[in-house]
Each structure stands twice: as C-alpha cells, then as structure tokens.
Design a protein around this ligand. Sequence first.
Ligand code: COA
Length: 167
Amino acid sequence: MEEKIAVYPGSFDPITYGHVDIIKRALKIFDKVIVAVAYNYNKKSLFTPQERVEMIKEALKGYTNVIVGSFGGLLMEYMKEANAKVVLRGLRATSDFEYEYHMASMNRSLSKDIDTLFMVTGKDYFFISSRTIKEVVSLGGSVEELVPENVSRKLREKFVQQKRGAK
Ligand code: COA
C-alpha cells in the first residue's frame, strides 16, 4: 500500500509547541510527516535554515516517522520531489484563514493533484507565533512552556550573541 505522506511547510523560526502539537496529531493520520523549512523567501529570519532544521530534529528526536528537510523554491516543486500529495497547515484563528486560503488556492492552481489539509491549532497555542516568542525572549521574558527546551536555550544564546555583537 502507498505510504501516506504529509509535508508540513513553514518558516519555523523557531519551531514552537504549537507546531509540535500539529505534527504529533498528524502522525495519527499519516505514515510519515516531512517538516519542510522554507528559506530564501521574503521573510527575514533570526535563525539560519540549518539552525532551524537542527532545532526541529532535536525537538522531535524519537519520532521516527518525522523527517526534517528544507526547500528554497516553490513548495509544489518540493512536494513532487518528496512524492507527497498533502500539504499540512495549522490554523490558529480566523485571521489566518484568508492568507491560508490564498496560498492553498495558488498551490492548487499550480498542482491539481496536491491538496492542503488544515488542522486547528491546539487551544493552548492559539496565541503563539514565532515572532512574539522571539520578542519575549529578546526582552528577557521566559517562553519555557511554549517552545521545546532546546529551542528556548538556542533563543537565549542567539540574543546574547546579538547583544555582544552590538556592543
Ligand atoms: N502554532 C503556533 N504558531 C503557529 C502555528 C501553530 N500551529 N502555525 C503557524 N504558526 C505561526 C508561525 O510561527 C509563524 O509566526 P511568525 O509569522 O511570527 O513567524 C506564523 O504562524 C506563520 O508562519 P508559517 O506557518 O511558518 O508560515 P509562513 O507564512 O512563514 O510560511 C510558507 C509560509 C513557507 C509555507 C509559504 O510561504 C511557502 O510555501 N513558500 C514557498 C514559496 C512558494 O511555493 N510560494 C507559492 C505559494 S503561494
């Protein structure tokens, strides 16, 4: 039987428990989840693609059905290379819907045989975004309950480095 594979794309700058929750739930539906870190598009990132991939791998070690990759071009091209037919996206609030609807529709016009599946973000993670996580840590706040331990450590290290560089 053909393996059911979902690709979960995003910037993951950095991965949060909101993303982890989506991945764990998707593993109940799919045989394999490929977490695909997008780089080279117009969103400035704090972490390099390699750092983001490494953080995700560490946060999800033990999950043998999760593969972590990265892509720099069109998502639909990556889907073909991965031989996957389902794009997985999390929806946090109605405000996410319009953006997601446009993206899913554009992707569908590019590849008719690929579908986007939305999962509602866990109730404890509705308010999280990678941007707010970074802001809180940069101002000395704690995000221990919102991101994996290795991610909160890396965030603190990154901002210490940045502050040293700025002196
Ligand atoms: N829980 C908590 N936060 C979540 C979440 C969840 N379940 N799901 C998303 N988020 C947050 C992210 O942390 C991110 O926060 P930020 O904006 O503060 O960084 C935000 O929601 C949205 O990010 P993300 O899911 O990473 O999407 P994105 O908009 O950064 O990425 C791509 C979109 C990369 C998937 C899309 O641009 C893409 O496919 N690009 C490739 C080029 C392409 O094919 N373009 C044509 C498609 S139209």
